[in-house]
Ligand binder design. Structure first.
Ligand SMILES: [Zn+2]
Ligand SMILES: [Zn+2]
Length: 340
């Protein structure tokens, strides 16, 4: 099969020929149709994740069709439309798993990091990490819902915000454009915060009631004018842009962090104490969460807006995503390709 491989940190993603993998016990083989390009892929390309082994096939927004099943696979069968996200498996026996917190498994697998991901014609995944994709969603549009979608959906639905509350989404990239749509569909008064006046029309098209151009006005002050946010979902990974948003929170408001800036975030303690504000991290979700995120998206008309690239152009798609110019998610389409 054709696979796009990261040979070692800070080297371009390159096409390689690999044997089609055979599913082991509890695993399914997925014929990959599409794989989204996520900012977190840079943990692999830059070598930022501890203990990574190379070469590695990255990609954790995978949509495809089950092509073979290993022993003891009970829920899925050949031909099922499925997806895999960041969560790539759990052992079921550690302290976190015994409490049902599979995402926090002490021996959790991460798709495209600890095991090979979806930038290939085929991949293996443990059945427990695989979500069914509802009929009616095109696979290339489903792919971003497996990470960008479930992450924003889960953070918003687990927040304290209720219908009618003011909720802001910072950033209008792969995560943010889905966050705005989910927030609107959940019944929140939705604010989009991004840079540049040219994004105002896009924000409104995505469903935002308000748009804040952070280059022209202070987002925290504007959120206070609107009454103070119950939740702010930070999706653009820049600590300097995220930290001041604490000032836009209302009483007991929460800053939800799903973007992963590598640098520390300076936040004043007084700003947290003043209104009993909180900052909370949120890490994607399990296969069941992904299934919920996709079903909700389908019912509510939430759609990933994607730019398609052939599998072979994985490096170009990655650079496009990192440049911030993707509108809004770069997705590799994995159609049968000739090997070099
Ligand atoms: Zn991701
Ligand atoms: Zn576990």
């Amino acid at each position: 099969m054709l696979a796009m491989s990261v040979p070692e940190p800070r080297k371009p993603i390159e096409p390689v020929e690999r044997p089609v993998p055979e599913p082991g016990r509890g695993e399914v083989r997925i014929r990959v149709h599409a794989c989204g390009v996520c900012h977190s892929d840079h943990f692999v390309t830059e070598g930022l994740w501890p203990g990574l082994r190379y070469p590695r096939i990255t990609g954790h927004e995978v949509a495809g069709v089950v092509d073979a099943v290993g022993e003891h696979v009970v829920r899925l069968a050949v031909g099922d439309r499925v997806g895999v996200g960041w969560h790539g498996g759990h052992d079921g026996t550690c302290a976190a798993c015994l409490r049902g917190q599979f995402i926090h498994c002490e021996r959790a697998e991460i798709t495209g990091l600890t095991r090979d991901g979806g930038q290939a014609e085929f991949m293996l995944a443990p059945e427990v990490a695989v979500a069914r994709i509802p009929d009616g969603i095109e696979l290339a549009e489903a792919a971003p819902l497996l990470c960008a979608g479930v992450t924003t959906f889960n953070a918003l639905r687990r927040s304290d915000a209720r219908a009618g509350d003011l909720v802001a989404v910072q950033g209008l990239g792969g995560l943010g454009h889905l966050g705005v749509q989910y927030a609107r569909a959940m019944g929140f008064e939705t604010v989009a915060i991004a840079r540049g006046e040219e994004k105002a029309a896009l924000a409104r098209e995505l469903g935002a009631h308000h748009y804040v151009d952070s280059q022209r006005e202070d987002p925290a002050a504007r959120l206070q004018q609107l009454g103070g946010a119950r939740a702010v979902l930070a999706t653009a990974p820049a600590a300097a842009a995220i930290a001041p948003l604490v000032g836009g929170l209302g009483v007991e408001g929460t800053l939800l962090i799903v973007a992963a800036p590598f640098e520390p975030m300076p936040v004043g303690a007084i700003d947290l104490i003043a209104r009993d504000r909180r900052i909370q991290g949120w890490s994607s979700g399990t296969a069941a969460d992904s299934a919920d995120a996709m079903a909700f998206a389908q019912r509510a008309g939430v759609r990933a807006w994607i730019e398609r690239f052939p599998l072979r152009d994985a490096q170009a798609a990655f650079e496009h995503m990192m440049s911030g110019r993707a509108r809004f998610r770069a997705v590799l389409e994995v159609v049968p390709q000739r090997l070099p």
